[in-house]
Design a protein around this ligand. Structure first.
Ligand SMILES: Cc1cc2nc3c(=O)[nH]c(=O)nc-3n(C[C@H](O)[C@H](O)[C@H](O)COP(=O)(O)O)c2cc1C
Length: 173
C-alpha cells in the first residue's frame, strides 16, 4: 500500500493497528440485538435467586467502561435484605416501591465526591497531577455525577449481556 498525501498514520502503525485491534471486528446481529435492539427494561422478576458470584461478575465486567481520566466515581450499594429493601422502597417513587420489594436485588448507584483520592492508582500516568483539578468542589461534583451516570449505563448493559440477569433502572435525586 502506498502512502497517499492525505494519509495521517504511517503504514507500519496502520498494519499494527489492524492486526492488534480485534475490537474493530463488528459484532454479529444476535449480539447487537441483545445489547440494544431487543434489549428491554423489565418490570417483573422470576423467583430465581441472584447469587453473589453473579453480582461480582457483573461488577468485574462493568468496571471496565470508560470514565473521564478513568476516575470511576460510582459507588454501588447492593440491597438484598428484606430490611434494606423496605428502607429503600420507603424512599422511592410510589410506582417503583413494589418493584424494589419484589426484586431479588436492587443496586443503588451513588458517587464519591472524594473519588480523586484514588486517581494515582486508577490513572498512574497522570492521576496525581489531576488531583488539583478536582479540588474545585463544582468540578468534582459535575465529574462525579456525569461519570457515575455513565457507569450506571455500563451496569445495565453488562447485566443484559454478561450475566443472564435482566434489569430495571430509575433515577431518583
Ligand atoms: C435514567 C433512567 C431512569 C429511569 N427511571 C425509571 C423509573 O423510575 N421507573 C421505571 O420503572 N423505569 C425507569 N426507567 C426505565 C425506562 O422507562 C425504560 O428504559 C424506557 O421506557 C425504555 O424502555 P426499554 O428500556 O425497554 O427500551 C429509567 C431508565 C433510565 C435510563
Amino acid at each position: 500500500m502506498g502512502q497517499s498525501s492525505q494519509q495521517i498514520w504511517p503504514n507500519r502503525l496502520l498494519r499494527n493497528f489492524t492486526v492488534q485491534n480485534s475490537m474493530t471486528d463488528k459484532l454479529d446481529d444476535r449480539a447487537l440485538d441483545r445489547l440494544f435492539r431487543t434489549a428491554r427494561t423489565r418490570n417483573a422478576w422470576t423467583e430465581q435467586a441472584v447469587t453473589e458470584q453473579q453480582l461480582r461478575e457483573l461488577y468485574d465486567l462493568m468496571k471496565f467502561g470508560p470514565t473521564s481520566g478513568n476516575c470511576c466515581p460510582a459507588r454501588f450499594v447492593w440491597v438484598r435484605s428484606a430490611e434494606g429493601k423496605s428502607r429503600l422502597a420507603a424512599l422511592a417513587a410510589p410506582n417503583n416501591a413494589p418493584k424494589i420489594l419484589a426484586a431479588p436485588v436492587t443496586v443503588i448507584v451513588g458517587y464519591d465526591l472524594d473519588f480523586a483520592e484514588q486517581l494515582p492508582k486508577l490513572f498512574p500516568a497522570r492521576g496525581k497531577d489531576m488531583q488539583a483539578y478536582y479540588s474545585d468542589p463544582l468540578v468534582a461534583q459535575t465529574t462525579a455525577f456525569r461519570n457515575s451516570s455513565l457507569q450506571g449505563a455500563y451496569l445495565i448493559v453488562a447485566a443484559r449481556v454478561g450475566t443472564g440477569l435482566r434489569s430495571n433502572v430509575w433515577l431518583q435525586q
